[in-house]
Write a protein that binds this ligand. Structure first.
Ligand SMILES: NC(=O)c1ccc[n+]([C@@H]2O[C@H](COP(=O)([O-])OP(=O)(O)OC[C@H]3O[C@@H](n4cnc5c(N)ncnc54)[C@H](O)[C@@H]3O)[C@@H](O)[C@H]2O)c1
Length: 331
């Protein structure tokens, strides 16, 4: 879909982004602002997650921010009269979901259900895009993983995301609330949380190379695919703009698969230096680890024309450049 078509879909559109001060949500808000949408960002700026006011610094267009916790706040004013709702308010940490499962239930299920309830009552015409995760598949039985793969999450986070997907399907079926679900893989880029590894391991790696410290790679042979955030944002927009995507749950990948050790080498090369140590997987992590993953995202590509455009090397370079200029705001 061309830039003109996206502009036609979103220029002047009234859009709400739940979790819009976070990593992916803020990149989406900036892009929608550039496309001429009227954007309302709702975010609780919860400690431990990726929300950061700095993420919207210098953003263009009509962006308004409401700081509110969607676990409790009345969500109706945030969805009433809106054409699109992107739900990126969630928590991503797999280990975090095991350490505090009830918090994960509230953040990933309660929030999604409250937003759907608000749509049912006050914005039945709004189109909802929900950010789910590859974690719903659990340990892959085959690679690449397509949407026919069994759904068998191996951590609490994956179970809650799957439940949230099911709420969207139910509200569509029973109440006609239109939606699309994207199962994202590891997403990286400017504005991600790099303080620690709560968002992805790559955050901690980025911080370490920027600070000139070695970072830890666990085992190193594991395969992953990564999506640069601009490509993930494009996918979210297309999920909303392409009529045929309505009602679907789609994998979003990043193209090639790469072993973690090779990824570490690519990061060090993009940084022009750095060091890492290979360590065994910590026990608690091993128990919920999914092993290798690589998304088959051909269904979404076929329906929407989407494809990832930013290569890994380019994405890592852009990400490092961003943090060299803005590091203090993320530590
Ligand atoms: N980053 C990834 O690699 C990745 C991969 C798969 C899925 N996802 C999903 O995409 C979504 C966005 O991820 P992200 O990486 O941008 O995370 P993030 O932590 O940077 O952003 C989430 C934002 O949601 C906000 N939020 C959480 N609970 C809230 C609540 N109750 N009320 C209001 N705001 C709330 C947080 O304050 C934060 O700003 C999440 O649902 C995540 O599970 C992300």
């Amino acid at each position: 879909m061309s830039e003109e078509t996206l502009r036609a879909a979103f220029a002047g559109a009234r859009v709400t982004i739940a979790g819009g001060l976070g990593f992916i949500g803020s990149n989406l808000a900036r892009r929608l602002g550039d496309l001429g949408a009227e954007v309302l960002v709702v975010d609780a700026l919860l400690p431990g997650l990726g929300g950061n006011r700095h993420n919207l610094d210098g953003a263009h267009g009509r962006l308004a921010v409401e700081v509110a916790d969607l676990r409790e706040a009345d969500a109706i004013p945030f969805v009433e009269g809106r054409e699109y709702l992107f739900n990126l308010a969630g928590q991503t940490s797999h280990q975090g979901s095991m350490d505090a499962p009830l918090d994960d239930l509230d953040l990933n299920c309660r929030v999604a259900l409250r937003l759907l309830e608000a749509c049912r009552k006050a914005a039945p015409e709004a189109f909802v895009v929900f950010a789910s995760t590859r974690q719903v598949y659990g340990k892959p039985h085959y690679l690449p993983v397509d949407e026919q793969h069994p759904l068998a999450p191996v951590d609490v986070n994956g179970i809650h995301k799957l439940a949230a997907e099911a709420y969207h399907a139910l509200y569509r079926e029973v109440y006609g609330v239109k939606s699309a679900v994207l199962r994202l893989t590891n997403t990286y880029g400017p504005r991600m949380r790099i303080k620690d590894a709560r968002q992805t391991f790559l955050g901690a790696w980025l911080r370490a190379v920027l600070e000139g410290r070695p970072f830890e790679v666990w085992e190193g042979e594991q395969l992953r695919d990564l999506t640069y955030v601009d490509d993930a944002v494009e996918a979210l927009l297309l999920a909303a703009a392409v009529t045929e995507a309505e009602g679907g749950a789609f994998n979003i990948g990043g193209g090639r698969r790469i072993a973690l050790k090779r990824l570490a080498d690519a990061l060090v090369a993009a940084n022009g230096g750095g060091d890492y140590v290979v360590e065994p997987f910590p026990d608690a992590r091993k128990r919920i680890d999914i092993g290798d993953y690589h998304a088959d995202d051909r269904l979404f590509r076929r329906i929407t024309g989407w494809k990832p455009r930013v290569t890994l090397n380019d994405g890592l370079t852009r990400t490092l450049e961003y943090y060299r200029d803005h590091l203090a705001a993320y530590l």
